[in-house]
Design a protein around this ligand. Structure first.
Ligand code: LMR
Length: 328
């Protein structure tokens, strides 16, 4: 080895060791897909890592792998069932293969803001959803907020008809496919890590996401502008395998869950602020943000709302009613 290669090898080893895992500690690998900075999930994951590593030192240690460096969201749940990763927090749109209940969250204009989403998740109907995949081997631990989604494209979007014929990237959710069909777009499911390149190269024309994702992934740099539609929600479920949770001693699991609950409360309270800061950062960086007047917004509502009918049976009318009574 050359001196430079040796130095690099040593640096890599040191870096891996700095993840704070000692012999005998329970290793908790947490894989996610966003950046760590100025992002609701990234910040929450880092805080969780810090607290576990400080407060559970000697018992457990956490290593966070952000930015799809370990798995993307299409791979991570299978990897979890194999025991290759212990924690993940995919968006609720990514659980289609495991439960159809979360389709509720993808239905356009179901929730008016993140406070309504929070209240629904805290209700009996919402919190029962964390247990909806136990038979499939997965246990939801906490809902983590990102925020409301906005629409962007390579041309101005003011009326839904502006989306006619445009190709849109969507997360792997049939509800989101139906939503883009409803506005005359042509939806394409795609992993998060591929979206920037696909927008840049014109593989797709547009996308929907939160301010923090549009900022963090620099989508605004390769789009004409972003329209503030707040038409849907992007939220997360922190999830672990039933087998892994069962393998923990009760006290260890309790301590871990106490930290999880505290981090969830602390960071969920800040998610709207993080997104507002990302919106401002987009504007400061020269990105274009367009707002809708009441009549324009109503057009988006009228065009997208028929999507609910297609998924009523999957999500359950009782869940829709519960969400709508909170939203009122
Ligand atoms: C997406 O795929 O757009 C999001 O789910 C990414 C994320 O984790 O916020």
């Amino acid at each position: 080895l050359t001196t430079a290669a040796t130095a690099l090898a040593l640096a890599v080893t040191a870096n891996a060791a700095s993840a704070a895992c000692d012999d005998g500690e329970i290793v908790i690998k947490f894989a996610h897909v966003t950046n760590t900075d100025k992002h609701p999930k990234g910040i929450a994951a880092s805080l969780l890592e810090k607290r576990v590593n400080e407060e559970m030192d000697g018992t457990a240690c956490m290593e966070v792998y952000p930015n799809s460096t370990l798995y993307n969201d299409d791979q991570v749940l299978e990897a979890m069932l194999q025991g290759d990763v212990q924690l993940a927090a995919p968006s609720l749109s990514k659980f289609e293969k495991f439960t159809k209940q979360f389709r509720l969250f993808d239905l356009p204009f179901m929730f008016k803001n993140i406070e309504a989403v929070d209240a629904f998740q805290a209700s009996d109907a919402g919190s029962a959803m964390k247990d909806s995949m136990q038979k499939r081997g997965l246990q939801g631990l906490a809902f983590w907020h990102n925020g409301m989604k906005q629409m962007s494209a390579n041309k101005p979007l003011l009326s839904p008809s502006d989306a006619n014929g445009l190709k849109f990237r969507v997360q792997s959710s049939d509800v989101l496919v139906a939503q883009m069909d409803a506005i005359g777009g042509s939806p394409q499911k795609m992993a998060f890590s591929e979206v920037y390149g696909a927008l840049q190269q014109g593989v797709v024309d547009g996308q929907e996401n939160t301010w923090s994702n549009i900022y963090g992934q620099k989508f605004f740099e390769v789009q004409d502008g972003i329209t503030e539609t707040n038409h849907g929600v992007l939220d997360y479920l922190v999830v672990a395998s039933v087998d892994w949770l069962d393998s923990l001693d009760a006290e260890v699991r309790d301590q871990f869950m106490t930290i999880m609950d505290e981090v969830t409360a602390t960071r969920n309270a800040e998610s709207a602020k993080v997104n507002q800061e990302a919106k401002q950062a987009i504007i400061d960086a020269g990105g274009t943000v367009r707002t809708l007047d009441a009549a324009q917004r109503q057009e988006w509502v009228d065009t997208m709302l028929p999507v609910w009918d297609q998924f009523k049976e999957d999500v359950g009318q009782d869940n829709i009613d519960a969400a709508q009574s909170i939203n009122a």
